[in-house]
Design a protein around this ligand. Structure first.
Ligand SMILES: CSC[C@@H](O)[C@@H](O)C(=O)COP(=O)(O)O
Ligand SMILES: [Zn+2]
Length: 203
């Protein structure tokens, strides 16, 4: 994919995440794998509600800036970690919703989602009669260390779903391209909101 197309797709997806309330302040980051070891990713600290292609830059597969002096997302290495581990991943989205923040603060090592029609948006079969265990990792400002924890998790669970939560922080989801990554994010956020609501009404 050409950089201009990747940047346009990232900007549109970031603005959509903002309309859904998933990227408050300057939270969130998004990327697209361009190929040839290059990744288009949001610059650090920009508001996704006003995201335009100029808020997107290039890094290499190790996360090094390919624009002298420009600062990519603080969490760039988490995007690189996904692309390195999952060859089919073509786009990654990260947001901070109320549902993913509240639920991840309460959860153990995973959140199990079962019986939802929207599970069909995830790999694992064309049915809702399945279960997805979304991993929950402890938050860590040391991003290389957080990525090492993810690599250890994926070594143990190669069939892990294309997403994970970071406790009290947010969610990462990926797909073959930006439309699929966004569809999975919207499905996951919907199910997390249902899960949150069920917990609230059950009390
Ligand atoms: C608004 S604080 C959120 C950041 O700490 C981080 O978690 C985040 O999602 C955005 O970081 P960024 O460096 O702008 O990509
Ligand atoms: Zn974040």
């Amino acid at each position: 994919m050409k950089f201009d197309d990747a940047a346009a797709a990232i900007a549109a997806a970031g603005r959509r995440m903002d309309t859904l309330g998933w990227v408050p302040a300057t939270a969130g980051n998004l990327s697209v794998r361009e190929g040839s070891g290059r990744i288009a990713i949001t610059r650090s600290g920009c508001h996704k509600g006003a995201l335009s292609p100029s808020g997107v830059m290039r890094v290499d597969a190790e996360g090094a800036s390919l624009e002298p002096g420009a600062r990519p997302s603080y969490e760039t290495l988490l995007h690189c970690g996904i692309y390195r581990r999952f060859p089919d991943a073509g786009a990654v989205v990260h947001g901070h919703s109320v549902a993913n923040t509240v639920l991840s603060r309460r959860a153990g090592a995973e959140i199990r989602l079962a019986g939802y029609e929207l599970l069909k948006a995830f790999p694992g079969g064309p049915t809702h009669e399945t279960e997805v265990a979304v991993p929950v990792l402890d938050n860590d400002q040391d991003i290389p260390r957080l990525q090492r924890a993810l690599d250890a998790l994926w070594d143990r669970t190669p069939e892990a779903p294309p997403g994970y939560l970071i406790r009290g922080h947010g969610v990462y989801v990926w797909g073959a391209d930006m439309p699929q990554a966004m569809a999975r994010l919207e499905a996951l956020e919907f199910m997390l909101l249902c899960h949150l609501e069920e917990g609230r009404t059950a009390r």
